[in-house]
Design a protein around this ligand. Structure first.
Ligand SMILES: [Zn+2]
Length: 264
C-alpha cells in the first residue's frame, strides 16, 4: 500500500472512531491527522506512532507557526551532536528565518545570558539559553494549550467542549537550570512517560509527558518536557468557570476552544 493510501486509511479509521477536530470544541469535522508532539521536534523526523489526533483545516493551519517555533527551540537545546542532526537543525532554523524572522531576532541572547549558559552545570553546560520576548512567549503559551488539548483527549477521549478552557504556562531551560521551577505541579502528576516507551523507535530523551484526570473527568492536568529546552504545564477544565480565580488574575493564560483558528 502506498504512503498516501495508508494515510488516508488512518484518517478514515480515526474519523470512524470520533469525527471531530479536538481543538475547536467539537464543532468542526476533523479532516487531517495532527501529531502532538509535532514531527518537527523529533530527531531526523523519526516519530513513533501514537498521540495522533484529528484536526480541522483551520486549526491544523493554526498549529504550523507555533509548532515551528517550539520545534526549533526544542531541537536547538541541547546542541545536536551528530552532523545529520546539525544539518537538520540548521534547516529548521532557516525555515524559521524564512517564515518568522521576527521570532528568530527575538531569541538572540545578550552577553550575560551567554556567559551564564556557558558556565551552567551538568547536562546544561554550554547548552546556550533562550532570550525570550513577547512574541515567543505568546506563541509558546498557544503551543502549550494545543499540547494540553491533545493530551486531554488522549487521557479522557473527550474533546475540550466549547464552554471549557485551557490554562497553560511554560518554562525555559534557564529557569530549570536556576532551579526556579515549580515542583508542586509536577508532584501531583504520575511518573512521566514518553512516546514509544521501551521500544526501539522512542522519543526517550526528546519528549516526555504526564497527565492526570480528576475522578469526575471534568478537569485534567498535564506536564511535558521537551529535551533540555523547555517544559509545559497546563490544565484543562471542561467548564471554564473552574478557572475563575486564575482568569481574574491572568486572563491571557486561558485559551478557549478554537484558539488555533486565525480569527481567534
Ligand atoms: Zn478545529
Amino acid at each position: 500500500m502506498g504512503e498516501a493510501k495508508r494515510r488516508q486509511r488512518r484518517l478514515e479509521r480515526m474519523q470512524r472512531e470520533q469525527p471531530w477536530c479536538i481543538y475547536c470544541g467539537g464543532t468542526a469535522v476533523g479532516t487531517s491527522v495532527d501529531h502532538m508532539p509535532p514531527i518537527t521536534v523529533c530527531d531526523l523526523r523519526q516519530r513513533p506512532p501514537g498521540l495522533e489526533f484529528l484536526a480541522c483545516k483551520e486549526c491544523h493551519e493554526g498549529t504550523r507557526k507555533v509548532d515551528q517555533i517550539a520545534g526549533v527551540m526544542c531541537r536547538a537545546f541541547p546542541n545536536p551532536t551528530t552532523e545529520k542532526a546539525r544539518q537538520e537543525v540548521r534547516a529548521l532554523m532557516n525555515g524559521l528565518a524564512n517564515n518568522q524572522l521576527d521570532i528568530l531576532k527575538e531569541w538572540w541572547p545578550d552577553e550575560q545570558q551567554r556567559r551564564f549558559a556557558y558556565n551552567a552545570p551538568g547536562a546544561f553546560k554550554r547548552s546556550g539559553v533562550l532570550n525570550v520576548g513577547d512574541m515567543t512567549h505568546a506563541a509558546m503559551l498557544k503551543f502549550g494549550a494545543r499540547a494540553a488539548a491533545a493530551l486531554h483527549f488522549e487521557a479522557t477521549k473527550q474533546i475540550v467542549p466549547s464552554r471549557g478552557g485551557i490554562w497553560a504556562t511554560w518554562h525555559t531551560n534557564e529557569r530549570i537550570i536556576r532551579g526556579d521551577f515549580p515542583s508542586d505541579f509536577a508532584d501531583m502528576l504520575p511518573p512521566h512517560t514518553t512516546l514509544g516507551a521501551g521500544k526501539k523507535n522512542t522519543l526517550d530523551g526528546q519528549f516526555d509527558y504526564s497527565s492526570r484526570v480528576t475522578d469526575d473527568g471534568l478537569m485534567s492536568a498535564h506536564m511535558m518536557t521537551f529535551r533540555l529546552s523547555f517544559a509545559v504545564q497546563a490544565a484543562v477544565a471542561t467548564d471554564i468557570s473552574n478557572f475563575r480565580e486564575v482568569e481574574s488574575h491572568k486572563p491571557h493564560l486561558i485559551f478557549r476552544p478554537g484558539f488555533l483558528k486565525r480569527s481567534a
